[in-house]
Design a protein around this ligand. Sequence first.
Ligand code: SAJ
Length: 418
Amino acid sequence: MTDLFSGRLAILGLGYIGLPTAAALATRGVEVIGVDINEDIVAAVAQGKVPFTEPDLAVAVSGAVAMGRLSAVSETPEADAYIIAVPTPFNEDRTANLSYVKAAAEQVAPKLKRGAIVILESTSPPGTTEQVSRWIGALRPDLRMPHDSDGVAEIHVAHCPERVLPGRIMIEIITNDRVVGGVTPRCAERAASIYRVFAQGEILLTDAASAEMAKLVENAYRDVNIAFANELSMISEALHLDIWEVIRLANRHPRVEILKPGPGVGGHCIPVDPWFIIAAAPESARLLRAARAVNDDKPHHVARQVIAKAARFNSPTIACLGLTFKANVDDIRESPAVEVVELIAKGLPETAVIAVDPYTDRLPPALAGYSNLRMERAIEAVEQADIVVLLVEHDQFKTLGRTRLGGKVVYDTRGAWT
Ligand code: SAJ
């Protein structure tokens, strides 16, 4: 199959996935209408501006808007294809919250014309894409939907999970292979015609539930492997071994590739997605549950270690370098670094704690209420500190220089200075 989509396409959700996808399609000639419930985001995108930081995205969005290929609105328009790229957070009980997906399906339903394509990109538990087909079908009994059509469905519904890495989205959105899972094989083919417009990687056609599970498995794989590294780092600390040296040596085996330990696992994907699998098969998912427990405990472990080191000083100052969930991004959602800083500030209310992050100049809300906590620039913070805790390996921190750290207790959770 080599057909390419041409027509009008609406993307619901102009976030980290929807907006780059919109830009990738629009800059290749597709008429794209971005839809978001947040009026500020709609206003920004309509003017060619990007409401968050991601390398190369701003130029793609401003170019697409200037070319007249990309617009932004708050009401779902009529279109030939729809991509749903809304958040799927988890509920209190860690089951998937599909309310945004359902709301998107309900907005799309009244606009659908025969032959339209509906793609769910949001990370979702197995069965969700078929559920989208059902939700639409309930509102549009006049249409033959793929989940219950024996013959040829009139609407094509598929799942194409996003797989791009924040910080490299504009590269990976083009170069990564894409998994396209249709409610029927025909649905997968129709959906693939959209991704062929911009994807240079291979397009792998499958069924919707396998595509949903594959996406969850990718992030769960990562979570388990990071948990292994984090557990090893705690074991090495107890044995007074240098974990970075141990990993460096072990990774010289041709079939060993241990990931990097850190202060925990953050972001809105890897700590969340394994729970969708655990909820689907609670009895069997023992390793996934254990990995989550190890990674969730890591910020507490780091904070306990720092508090123990502080006990050796008389009123020490602690500098914590990094607040974002990983290096060289400005995203602090689900950041283990923020959790560590909060645990230290709370655990040592009489101790001065200085937080540093070149990507944000304000303390996040979780840290705003601590009178012993302030923000400063890296050099000033390190200068005043007795204890320096490296929580995020931003490039700016890597080049701080050993001389500045001389005579201080250094706790490098990322191996940035080894
Ligand atoms: N981390 C470690 N050690 C490592 C690697 C990562 O501690 O060796 C930590 C990071 O510091 C961060 C967290 O894990 O706190 C996650 O970071 P990440 O860079 O591994 O992944 P994300 O969350 O930015 O993006 C992931 C990616 N998934 C995989 O690599 C399998 C991305 O491709 C997905 O599109 C994204 O989740 C998503 O949206 O699902």
